[in-house]
Design a protein around this ligand. Structure first.
Ligand code: DNO
Ligand code: MN
Length: 393
């Protein structure tokens, strides 16, 4: 009997409005969690890890993946404090391994984690989704953040289209965009406009090659701890997979991911295959990327996006979008069948629907939309696995 993928669910800990019982009702078996209360860069105490594990296990669930152990900005920029934060990171990894937690997710996006311009974009059926509109982002970039310094990063043709759209923005929309200090989720707690400007300067000097070098320094420095403890590190792709606000990006496409895997060519250095993040780039053919790098994929985020002709995108239903989820799942089931330890996946985000429309939720992480996504993905996996078994598909 081949093992199924592990159906997991992101849980933000005891303060998450979605409870562990809710998660069990949704049918997930594994939990993806992190100690969000610990400031970025500090060591996660062993006792705190064990306590979180105990809470998860006493609900009859398993802590499958640690997402994320954030990489401090000092490491990403290789600044003078980098050594101290690398030491801390290794200590956290050691503690996690001692607690039996060996699949770790992280990202190497500068300053901001995932970036959207609208966290409650209304779909025709009344559901709310996360949305990224390039003209909104350009407005923020050109009129608020970098001002004229930003213009060089836009092609003339794009700039014309964007400026035309911006001209028609209603005044309240401009004010709303101005009041959003940062469009993304900052990787280091909150970030002010001036801090962001400061970071932009630092990253400008680092550039893509420098950021790649800093990632290699990070991976090489943790390699020994990972290998001796059986830890698998999985890098989350850039979201969206483009250089935004003048920040360099190094995990956006097939080339980037292959580069990372080859640069530190050791099994511990792996990928979290996030279909929504990669899928926002029309240059990414997800089933073929997965086929090529599958051996080093230890975790998957499954969700979908729909893009318009300008590349603006919203997060769509899990099986209905630009990502061919059937082909992705087929690949994933194949890869999983070669594994001793099954691959965990989670329905990355979900729509805000039904009762959740009237509740406080973490953007993208409400219960019912993810439950729906998980149910669809579970059915897809089962269908594919049974077909494969019966006729060698
Ligand atoms: C976006 C989400 C992110 C992701 C972190 C990983 O696709 O999955 O919140 O978890 O960027 O570090
Ligand atoms: Mn993701």
């Amino acid at each position: 009997m081949k093992k199924h993928l592990i159906q997991t669910w992101r849980w933000y800990g005891p303060n998450d409005p979605v409870s562990l019982l809710d998660i069990k009702q949704a049918g997930a078996k594994g939990i993806v969690s992190a100690l969000h209360q610990i400031p970025h860069g500090e060591i996660w105490p062993f006792e705190d890890i064990i306590e979180r594990k105990r809470i998860i296990e006493s609900a009859g669930l398993v802590w499958s993946v640690v997402e994320s152990v954030p990489v401090h900005e000092a490491i990403k920029t290789n600044s003078k404090d980098a050594d101290r934060y690398l030491k801390n990171y290794k200590q956290t990894l050691t503690h996690l391994a001692q607690a039996g937690l060996k699949t770790i997710c992280y990202n190497f996006m500068p300053v901001l984690d995932w970036t959207r311009t609208d966290l409650s974009f209304s779909l025709p059926n009344g559901a709310k989704a996360l949305y990224l509109d390039w003209s909104d982002l350009a407005f923020f970039d050109i009129y608020i953040l970098r001002r004229d310094g930003a213009r060089d990063d836009y092609s003339k043709a794009n700039l014309e289209i964007l400026e035309k759209k911006i001209e028609d923005f209603p005044e309240e929309k401009k004010q709303l965009l101005e009041s959003i200090i940062c469009m993304g989720v900052p990787t280091e707690g909150s970030v002010s406009l001036s801090q962001l400007r400061n970071s932009l300067e630092i990253y400008k000097a680092i550039g893509k090659d420098g950021l790649r070098r800093n990632l290699v320094l990070f991976l090489e420095s943790i390699a020994e701890v990972c290998e001796s403890n059986g830890i698998k590190m999985t890098i989350h792709p850039d979201d969206p997979p483009f250089p935004i606000l003048g920040l360099p990006r190094i995990a956006s496409n097939h080339d980037d991911l292959s580069w990372i895997l080859n640069a530190v060519d050791k099994p511990f250095n792996g990928v979290c295959f996030c279909t929504g993040s990669l899928g926002a780039g029309s240059f990414n053919d997800l089933p073929s990327i997965l086929k090529a790098i599958g051996e080093r994929v230890y975790f998957a985020h499954l969700r979908n996006v729909k893009k318009d002709q300008f590349g603006n995108f919203y997060e769509s239903d899990h099986l209905d979008g630009d990502v061919d989820m059937f082909e992705v799942m087929k690949e994933l089931v194949d890869i999983n069948s070669t594994r001793e330890v099954p691959i965990p996946f989670r329905p990355d985000h979900g729509h805000q629907i039904l009762d959740d429309l009237h509740k406080e939720t973490n953007p993208g992480y409400s219960a019912i939309g993810r439950l729906k996504g998980l149910a669809e993905l579970r059915g897809l996996e089962m269908g594919i696995a049974r077909m494969k078994n019966s006729n060698n598909m």
